[in-house]
Design a protein around this ligand. Structure first.
Ligand SMILES: Cc1ncc(COP(=O)(O)O)c(C=O)c1O
Length: 370
């Protein structure tokens, strides 16, 4: 830990920077490996949407110009697709930026936010930056529980964050639980439904959160182009909310927060249904392969509603992560979420999934011989 400057704001002195998934190039350098696979950041293993790539190529000649600060074309397309007004949409430099905008707009010193104990890391950091207070809700069975959340809501609660499905657990808060929660929450609490993995839903128990918005409740729905559309490197996501909340979020965002290539790519990707369906299908098949292999190996896991899976492993997750790194397979330790006995693995291409399991089996066998 470096010596921090004395002017550093108290609110951020204790922030533990996020530990991103190790990039392939870093693992190659550190371990002298050439063939490395990364199943650590829930990216789309098929690559980017081809329509998005074509749109980027066509837009390259205009890089001398600032982007459209209002993301007009993208918001227009999204508004038609989602059946909401363009004024209800805020576009962000990834949905991660939108989480920060929400906190900048609504969390002041001492204001409270309710966050699930094993919920996506970004909420914690964004609230801390604003000197807000976090009320942690327990997540029994690694999943959100409406009563646990309600028990943590007070008169000072401004925002409730729910990642649905949640990262890193992959668990879903189904529509009945969400309805139970929404019936009991005070109306003024802003509920953020972070639906980064929305497209991967297969059943019909997923909540229709836009409906809550249309009923007039204070809801913000976050979605991203980073996962199912394969555009994580461009950084672009969006919020669907009411006009008033959108207005406040726009008030704190940087004028040109979304770059021009991201805008054209996302707009084109929305027309790339072929790529979207291919991504969803591959994930679904990969998921079933994971379940089958995990059952064969006798490893406990959480059924997932996303493109990654939480696996309970026989040695500390961080140790297993290091052993797998040596075999050129990058997964994610999740001890930072209070889950030291688990790893999180993104579902990859069929070959990558097979490579993960053969490496995992190899590590387990080596441990058994020690
Ligand atoms: C639940 C959740 N929300 C938001 C994000 C951030 O996505 P983006 O790339 O849009 O910033 C992630 C990324 O992994 C996520 O898992």
């Amino acid at each position: 830990m470096p010596k921090i400057h004395p002017f550093t704001r108290n609110a951020i002195k204790d922030i533990i920077p996020y530990e991103p998934g190790k990039p392939i190039s870093e693992v190659q350098r550190e371990y002298g490996l050439t063939d490395v696979i990364k199943l650590a950041s829930n990216e789309n293993p098929l690559g980017p949407s081809p329509k998005a790539v074509d749109a980027i190529k066509a837009a390259l000649q205009e890089l001398n110009l600032y982007p459209d600060g209002g993301c007009y074309l993208l918001r227009k397309k999204l508004s038609e697709k989602l059946n909401v007004q363009t004024s209800q949409l805020v576009i962000g430099n990834g949905s991660a930026e939108l989480i920060e905008l929400i906190c900048e707009a609504f969390i002041g010193e001492g204001d409270e936010a309710v966050i699930g104990y094993q919920a996506f890391f970004k909420y914690r950091i964004a609230v801390q930056i604003m000197n807000g207070v976090i009320n942690w809700a327990e997540m029994p069975g690694n999943t959100y529980d409406a009563d646990e959340i309600l028990a943590k809501v007070s008169g000072k609660t401004k925002v409730l964050f729910i990642a649905n499905p949640n990262n890193p657990t992959g668990t879903l808060m189904d529509k009945n639980q969400v309805a139970y929660l929404m019936d009991r929450l005070p109306d003024d609490v802003i509920v953020v439904f972070d639906e980064a993995y929305y497209d991967y839903q297969s059943g019909n128990d997923y909540p229709d959160t836009i409906e809550y918005l249309q009923r007039g409740l204070s809801v913000i729905i976050l979605r991203t182009f980073s996962k199912s559309y394969g555009l994580a490197g461009l950084r672009i996501g969006y919020a669907i909310t009411n006009e008033g909340i959108a207005h406040s979020m726009n008030g704190v965002r940087e004028a040109f927060n979304v770059n021009s290539l991201a805008q054209v790519a996302a707009t084109a990707a929305l027309d790339d249904d072929e790529f979207l369906q291919k991504s969803i299908k591959m994930n679904e098949e990969g998921k079933l392969f994971f379940y089958k292999e995990l059952e064969r190996l006798g490893l406990e896991y959480r059924p997932t509603a996303a493109n990654f899976i939480l696996i309970k492993v026989p040695i500390p997750g961080r140790d297993l992560f290091k052993l797998l790194l040596k075999k050129g397979v990058v997964v994610r330790p999740v001890d930072g979420y209070g889950l030291p006995e688990y790893i999180r693995v993104s579902i990859g291409l069929p070959d990558e999934n097979r490579r993960f399991f053969s490496s995992l089996e190899g590590v387990i066998q080596e441990l058994n011989h020690c």
